[in-house]
Design a protein. Structure first.
Length: 458
């Protein structure tokens, strides 16, 4: 007897799920996949998402050359998938056998013994380690650490009057934070920064391999240091958690926490700064207007989430899901950006006026476990920058900003800005002084308190 729940089965009489559009009668991969990489997608992803919705809740895509996937673009379908850990697995090992080992998407989707790729009790075990450890980081201490990291970076470019807010600030803040939170001295931060930069920007396989080796060495030294002497840091708390991670699990969950925190957090800071410096509503905030860094971050999470397509899942059996047959082990990802855009986000006061909440943090058992910490870091980093550099503005037309290629992230290549230089001899007015206290407008020089009008958004 043919099961009505498997591909090719005769539909039950009168079943409304089988009476709709023709695409519902066939596997989704029967359609030509749409590329989620290349300059066309990077320039205008929302136009591509509009095309993908013509396929229904799921659409066939290509996330790298010859690497197909199904992309969930519907909000309700995304929630159904993210909350159903009985039908959908995070274990990518079976799928990995179908993809070239050197595929550029493998670093994002390769199985490892960590919170991202575990299911059920094993996932809960890993997640508890991360959540419980981050609970020990007091918000006021975290904010102070962000201030210190921000001031360290502003010292480097404050006297220049110009900066790339991506390469010189947004991308570095999370790395300085993680080096500190995981318990390494500040002197190690440059090693971490150079290793991550090499993995992101390496122009040859040799450079990428060297950067990966440098990152591995950093992690091994971190673990070795904390095995020898515990401290009030995430590494020590991971090690001492009652769930007793073995060495392999410990290393992979540290790597995962750094990796999953670094890129999206850097993109969140960069994308929010881009909005603030491109829109007069945010500029007015610096001189008493209504919209704040929190508003910019909220708008980014709805419209340009820093991790735009992810939540890789694999069905444990063939499943008929929101009008589409999905085969066992087939890669299905969620488009947070496409799902979010189904709502009216034109009002910052009620960004989800159509109902629901944005999916930038995912949802269900695999939702981001430390979103409060991420929000605090991003908000504080932006506020610290704009407090010191009150007249900062874009150095280029917003329409000329370039976005990085790739299926997973929404990230600017660079964000050039200019401002009135601040120097060490402005006592009390720069990050070289009063590092532990917030800057006050009353102590600023007249030059830095006079705001220049930024480039307007068009």
């Amino acid at each position: 007897m043919t099961s009505p729940h498997r591909p090719g089965a005769a539909p039950p009489p009168g079943c409304p799920a089988h009476a709709a559009a023709p695409y519902q009668q066939t596997p989704a991969d029967a359609h030509a996949p749409v590329k989620l990489y290349g300059p066309e997608f990077a320039a205008d992803p929302h136009r591509i998402y509009g095309q993908l919705r013509q396929h229904g809740a799921l659409a066939p895509v290509e996330i790298a050359p010859e690497v197909p996937a199904l992309l969930v673009t519907d909000y309700r379908a995304a929630l159904d998938l993210l909350h159903d850990d009985a039908t959908w697995s995070k274990d990518s090992r079976e799928w990995m056998t179908t993809v070239p080992a050197d595929s550029p998407v493998m670093p994002m989707l390769m199985w490892r013994p960590n919170i991202f790729y575990a299911d059920g009790a094993e996932h809960v075990r890993y997640r508890d380690v991360v959540v419980d450890s981050f609970k020990l980081v007091e918000p006021h201490e975290l904010r102070a650490r962000v201030h210190q990291a921000a001031d360290t970076l502003i010292q480097r470019f404050g006297a220049h009057g110009e900066v790339d807010l991506i390469g010189d600030y947004a991308r570095l803040i999370p790395l300085l934070m993680f080096n500190n939170l995981f318990g390494m001295p500040d002197s190690y931060s440059e090693r971490l920064i150079e290793a991550i930069a090499g993995m992101l920007d390496g122009t040859s396989p040799e450079e990428a391999a060297a950067a990966n080796d440098a990152f591995t060495n950093y992690i091994m030294e971190l673990v070795g240091t904390k095995k020898a002497a515990r401290g009030p840091d995430l590494t020590s708390w991971f090690m001492d958690h009652p769930n007793a991670l073995n060495d392999e699990e410990l290393i992979h969950n540290i790597i995962l926490t750094m990796g999953a925190g670094n890129e999206p957090l850097a993109n969140l800071i960069g994308n929010a700064l881009s909005r603030m410096l491109s829109d007069d509503r945010y500029y007015n905030t610096l001189s008493g207007g209504a919209l704040t860094a929190h508003d910019a971050i909220n708008e980014v999470l709805w419209n340009d989430p820093p991790l735009t397509n992810y939540s890789a899942h694999f069905p444990v059996r063939d499943v008929f899901f929101h009008g589409t047959w999905v085969r066992k082990g087939q890669l299905v990802m969620v488009s947070y950006a496409a799902a979010n855009s189904q709502f009216d986000t034109t009002s910052l006061d009620t960004p989800g006026s159509g109902g629901g909440s944005h999916l930038a943090w995912a949802a269900g058992p695999h939702a981001c476990p430390v979103k409060r910490h991420a929000l605090l870091i991003a908000t504080t980093a932006i506020e610290r920058l704009t407090a010191w550099l009150s007249d900062i503005e874009l150095a280029v037309d917003p329409g000329t900003l370039q976005w990085r290629n790739g299926a997973f992230h929404r990230a600017l290549v660079a964000l050039p800005a200019r401002f009135t230089p601040i120097t060490p001899d402005q006592a009390g007015a720069t990050p070289w002084h009063n590092r532990d206290s917030s800057p006050s407008s009353s102590t600023r020089s007249e030059a830095t308190s006079t705001a220049r009008r930024p480039a307007s958004a068009h």
